[in-house]
Design a protein around this ligand. Structure first.
Ligand SMILES: [Zn+2]
Length: 176
């Protein structure tokens, strides 16, 4: 188990479309554990593999509240089968876009099929926060970010801010 560095906006890696996982094996389960460690460390409630630089269709979620037992969930090759006409609004944030939050409207509930960490086919009817979180993370697998769902004006402001932050960061240099 280890904590992996997070990919931050405007890194173009975040725009890659992730590839399906071909085999759920011990190595993949170890990677899922690393993703959970990274998410807990951040801390966040959801993380897609691409956010640690792996273009694989998998994501982890834990919606347990502070003080509750951890409830890690691993979703491999998730696919939205149906989404409700009813919509809901949540204030969203993203570990790849630190310290920025915005209200996003999405379908209030979704039915998602996926493989669990044992490679078994599962289906979930998600609503509330889980529905929003699943849609946010599945978007990542398609190179879509939550800022794509807000106004262009707001998105341009965020992009400008993060491009500037990336430029102002001192270069990391190996001195040996
Ligand atoms: Zn995100």
């Amino acid at each position: 188990m280890s904590i992996k560095p997070l990919i931050i906006l405007p890194d173009p890696i975040l725009r890659q479309v992730s590839k399906p996982v071909e085999r759920v094996d011990a190595q993949l389960r170890k990677f899922a554990g690393d993703m959970l460690d990274t998410m807990y460390d951040a801390p966040g409630i959801g993380l897609a593999a691409i956010q640690v630089g792996e273009p694989l269709r998998m994501l982890v979620i834990d919606l347990a509240k502070e003080g509750e037992e951890p409830a890690p969930q691993v979703f491999i090759n998730p696919e939205v089968l149906a989404s409700s006409d009813e919509r809901s609004v949540y204030e969203e944030g993203c570990l790849s876009i630190p310290d920025y939050y915005a209200e996003v409207e999405r379908p209030a509930s979704v039915r998602v099929k996926y493989l669990d960490r044992d490679g078994k086919q599962q289906e979930v009817a998600a609503e509330g926060l889980l529905a929003t979180c699943l849609q946010h993370e599945i978007d990542h697998l398609n190179g879509v970010l939550f800022i794509d769902h807000i106004s262009k004006l707001k998105r341009d402001m965020v992009m400008k801010k993060f491009k500037k932050l990336a430029k102002d960061k001192p270069p990391t240099r190996m001195v040996g």
